[in-house]
Design a protein around this ligand. Structure first.
Ligand code: APR
Length: 201
């Protein structure tokens, strides 16, 4: 049996944890996982496709109701909604839509910040304690990961420090070793600029 060493690196922000982890978000058993969806909420490729495949048809049925009752024109970029987790280990899926990269002059960073923060706000409203994020917008939506990672890390860290009540642990799931290295470096840099206690693993 070959045990794969799962890389993680975490920081403790006054008792609440932000951790970078390498792996498949559909395998996580956090209370919630976040889906990098598109505005249709009807599924797609990438992590959206993986989550819908793993969760089963319940997800798209719940999303269809959300579209009909709350977002008939589609979920706008930066907004977030919640469904059950279907067959996933996670009890909930929070669907958010990240910005499509247009060169950096169309408020892409602001919209990406909104996607992370609104997902956390939705998690709080459901009393969620642990949540996993993918690297939103850095795949098909083309957001350069070196620019997206600082937005993700700072938005989550600031939420943990200033607003979190039920959310106690947030993971960013990097799908590849190189993505893990980028997020790990960003979290390390953020930690060095903040006098929190580091808990590198
Ligand atoms: N677990 C964790 N991360 C994953 C997984 C997975 N199973 N599959 C893909 N990823 C990573 C990608 O490697 C990338 O780093 O998720 C990140 C986001 O990539 P995309 O899934 O392409 O999402 P995004 O860039 O936000 O584009 C969204 O793509 O899949 C469609 O329907 C989706 O139209 C929407 C668009």
């Amino acid at each position: 049996m070959i045990y794969r060493c799962v890389s993680t690196y975490s920081l403790n922000f006054n008792g609440r944890i932000l951790a970078i982890k390498e792996g498949d978000i559909t395998m996580q058993d956090t209370d919630a996982i976040v889906n990098a969806a598109n505005s249709s909420l009807m599924g797609g490729g990438g992590v959206d496709g993986a989550i819908h495949r793993a969760a089963g048809r319940a997800l798209v049925e719940e999303c269809r109701i959300i579209r009909k009752t709350q977002y008939p024109a589609g979920l706008p970029p930066g907004e977030a909604v919640i469904t059950s987790g279907g067959r996933l280990k996670a009890k909930f899926v929070i669907h958010t839509v990240g910005p499509i990269w247009m060169g950096g002059k169309k408020d892409e960073s602001e919209i990406l910040k909104k996607a992370y923060r609104n997902s956390l706000i939705v998690a709080e409203k459901s009393g969620i304690g642990t949540i996993s994020f993918p690297s939103i917008s850095t795949g098909a939506y083309g957001f350069p990961i070196e620019k997206a990672a600082p937005v993700a890390v700072s938005t989550i860290a600031e939420f943990l420090l200033k607003e979190a009540r039920s959310v106690e642990k947030v993971y960013i799931l990097a799908f590849t070793p190189s993505d893990f290295a980028v997020y790990r470096r960003e979290l390390k840099l953020y930690g060095e600029s903040f006098n929190g206690s580091k808990t590198p693993k």
